[in-house]
Design a protein around this ligand. Structure first.
Ligand code: SF4
Ligand code: SF4
Length: 510
C-alpha cells in the first residue's frame, strides 16, 4: 500500500536538471565570448559571432517547451542589448548592416514576440499582479532607477554629445538610406553627425511596439484601440515620414501636428521670416499653425476636451500612452504634487507667451540688442524645450510616471486645460452608488488625479489636467466612470484648496 509520503517528491520543484545546467553553461560561455570580444575587439567578428552562437544554443537547450517563446524572446532582446553596447563602445567592430541587424532587428523582434505571447493570453484589461513589487515598476525600484539613468543618459548624449554615439547613428543609416534615399553620415552631412533620424526612428519604434502591447492589453475597449491607433498614425506619418521626406528633399522639416506654444519657436520672428521667405508649403505651414493654435484649439476643446489633442494626436502624449504605460501608476497623487503642477505649468505658459510677445515687439520697436534676444530664444529652448520636455519628460518615466512633462511643464496642455475646465463640454461622469472604492481608477490615472475621491462623492470630474485617456474608466470593475461630451448643464466641479473644498456649481442635470 502506498503512503501519502511516497507521492511527495523531496526534490524542490524548481531544481535544475542536466538539460538546464547544460543550457546555462552554454549561455555562460556565450557571455564570456562577448566579454572577450568586447575587451579585445579589433576587427574580426568571430568572438562576437561565437557569443551569439553559444547564447542562442544555451537558450534553446535551457528552455522548457511551455516557455520556449518567452526564453526565445528574452534571448533576442538580450542579444539586441549586447549589440547596442558594441554600437556605443566598439562602433567599428562590424559592418553597419550587421550591427543594424543584430541590434535593432534582434531587439525589436524579441520585444514583439514577448509582447505578443505575454499579452494575447489571459483576460483583457488591467494587469496589476506584482506591479508594486517588481523592481522595474514599483516606486523607486532598483531597475526603474537603472532604466531612468539609461534613458536620461541617452538623451544627454543625443542632445550634447552625438559624436559619442556615432555607432548608433551609423547603425540606422542603412535604414535611413533605404527609406529616404540619402545618407545622414558625416561625409554627406557637412561633417556633422545628425542624431535626429536615430531619435525619430527609436521614438517611432517605441510608439509602435508599445502601442501594439497597449492594444493587446486593452483589446476589449474600443476607445483605447481607436486612440492608440490614432497616436501611432500621427507618429508614423506626421512625426516621422513627412519631416524626413521634406529633409530628404532639402526642405525645412515641418511638423504639422505641433502648434504654438508646444512648438515654442514657430512664432519667433526668425522662424516667421524663414517660413515666409520659403515656398508655398512653408507659407501654408505658417497659416496652418496659426489657425490651429488660435481657432481649432478652442473649438475642438470646447466639444471634446483636451483629449482630442493630448490623447489622440500629440507625439509626447503618444509616447507617454504607449511606452509609458507600464509606469502610469507612479504619478504622484498628493495635494502637494497638484499644487506644484498648477504653479509650474502656468509659469511655463506665461514664460513662453511673454518671450514670444517680447520678441515680436522687439522686431517692431527694437527693444533689445541681438545677444539679449538670442538669450531669450536659446534660454527657453534649452531649459524647457530640451531639458524639461526631453531629458526629464521621458527619462523620468520609470520614477515619476509617464506624463511628467504633460502634467508639470507643457504650455499646450496648460492652454487646453484652462479651456477644458472653464469652457468645455467634456467631463467624466460618475455613478458613485456602484463604486466599491477599489482605487484602481486613482492608481492608474497618469495625471495624478484622485479619481476615486470624486467617484465616492458622485461628482463629475472636470479637471484641467485630465487628458481624457479613459484608463480610469477602462480599469473600473463596476462601470462607474464615463467620459462624456454632453452639454454644460449639470456640470459640477469641485475645487480642493489646502483647508477647504468648494463645490463650484451644483446645478442638477435637467
Ligand atoms: S482622470 Fe481618467 S481620463 Fe483623466 S487623465 Fe486620469 S485616468 Fe485619464
Ligand atoms: S475603479 Fe471604479 S469602483 Fe474602483 S474606486 Fe474607482 S470608481 Fe470606484
Amino acid at each position: 500500500m502506498s503512503s501519502l509520503y511516497e507521492n511527495i517528491s523531496l526534490t524542490p520543484h524548481n531544481s535544475m536538471g542536466k538539460k538546464e545546467r547544460a543550457g546555462l553553461t552554454l549561455m555562460a560561455l556565450g557571455l564570456l565570448a562577448f566579454l572577450l570580444s568586447f575587451i579585445t575587439f579589433a576587427g574580426p567578428a568571430m568572438p562576437f559571432l561565437s557569443g551569439i552562437f553559444f547564447t542562442v544554443a544555451g537558450g534553446v537547450v535551457y528552455s522548457r517547451k511551455e516557455s520556449r517563446w518567452s526564453t526565445g524572446s528574452m534571448l533576442l532582446i538580450f542579444l539586441g542589448l549586447i549589440s547596442f553596447l558594441f554600437l556605443i563602445f566598439r562602433p567599428s567592430a562590424l559592418s553597419p548592416l550587421l550591427i543594424s541587424l543584430f541590434s535593432f532587428a534582434f531587439f525589436v523582434l524579441g520585444a514583439a514576440i514577448y509582447i505578443f505571447f505575454r499579452f494575447r493570453k489571459g483576460e483583457a484589461g488591467i494587469r496589476n499582479n506584482g506591479i508594486t513589487f517588481s523592481p522595474l515598476t514599483r516606486k523607486n525600484g532598483a531597475l526603474a532607477w537603472v532604466l531612468a539613468v539609461v534613458i536620461t543618459g541617452f538623451y544627454i548624449m543625443l542632445y550634447w554629445f552625438p559624436e559619442q554615439i556615432h555607432g548608433l547613428i551609423l547603425a540606422v543609416d542603412p535604414i535611413y538610406g533605404a527609406l529616404f534615399g540619402k545618407s545622414g553620415l558625416p561625409e554627406s552631412n557637412g561633417g556633422h553627425y545628425n542624431p535626429w533620424f536615430l531619435y525619430g526612428f527609436l521614438y517611432t519604434v517605441a510608439v509602435l511596439l508599445m502601442g501594439s502591447r497597449f492594444m493587446l492589453k486593452y483589446r476589449h475597449n474600443r476607445y483605447q484601440l481607436l486612440r492608440t491607433a490614432s497616436v501611432m498614425f500621427f507618429q508614423v506619418v506626421f512625426a516621422f515620414f513627412i519631416p524626413n521626406v521634406l529633409a530628404a528633399l532639402n526642405h525645412q522639416e515641418l511638423y504639422f501636428h505641433y502648434f504654438w506654444p508646444l512648438d515654442y519657436d514657430v512664432l519667433f520672428p526668425s522662424s516667421i521670416d524663414t517660413l515666409m521667405s520659403g515656398d508655398s508649403l512653408s507659407h501654408f505651414f505658417f497659416w496652418w499653425t496659426l489657425a490651429i493654435s488660435f481657432l481649432a484649439v478652442p473649438v475642438l476643446t470646447y466639444y471634446f476636451g483636451k483629449r482630442w489633442y493630448c490623447s489622440w494626436v500629440c507625439g509626447c502624449g503618444g509616447l507617454a500612452e504607449t511606452a509609458g504605460d507600464p509606469f502610469r501608476h507612479l504619478s504622484d497623487k498628493s495635494l502637494n504634487a497638484w499644487q506644484i503642477e498648477r504653479k509650474l505649468i502656468y509659469l511655463v505658459l506665461v514664460l513662453i507667451t511673454a518671450i514670444t510677445a517680447l520678441l515680436l515687439l522687439d522686431r517692431s520697436f527694437d527693444l533689445f540688442n541681438e545677444s539679449t534676444s538670442l538669450a531669450f530664444r536659446k534660454g527657453y529652448g534649452f531649459v524647457i524645450g530640451t531639458v524639461f520636455s526631453g531629458v526629464i519628460g521621458v527619462g523620468f518615466y520609470p520614477i515619476m510616471g509617464s506624463r511628467v512633462w504633460c502634467r508639470f511643464g507643457c504650455p499646450q496642455a496648460a492652454i487646453l486645460g484652462i479651456l477644458q475646465k472653464y469652457f468645455s463640454r467634456f467631463r467624466i461622469s460618475t455613478n458613485g452608488g456602484q463604486c466599491i472604492s477599489c482605487g484602481n481608477c486613482s492608481t492608474y490615472c497618469e495625471m495624478g488625479i484622485d479619481v476615486k475621491w470624486y467617484a465616492q462623492r458622485e461628482q463629475n470630474i472636470v479637471r484641467a489636467s485630465c487628458v481624457g485617456c479613459g484608463i480610469c474608466s477602462a480599469v473600473c470593475p463596476r462601470g462607474v466612470l464615463k467620459l462624456e461630451n454632453g452639454p454644460l448643464k449639470g456640470k459640477t466641479a469641485i475645487q480642493i484648496n489646502r483647508n477647504e473644498v468648494k463645490i463650484l456649481d451644483e446645478e442638477p442635470i435637467g
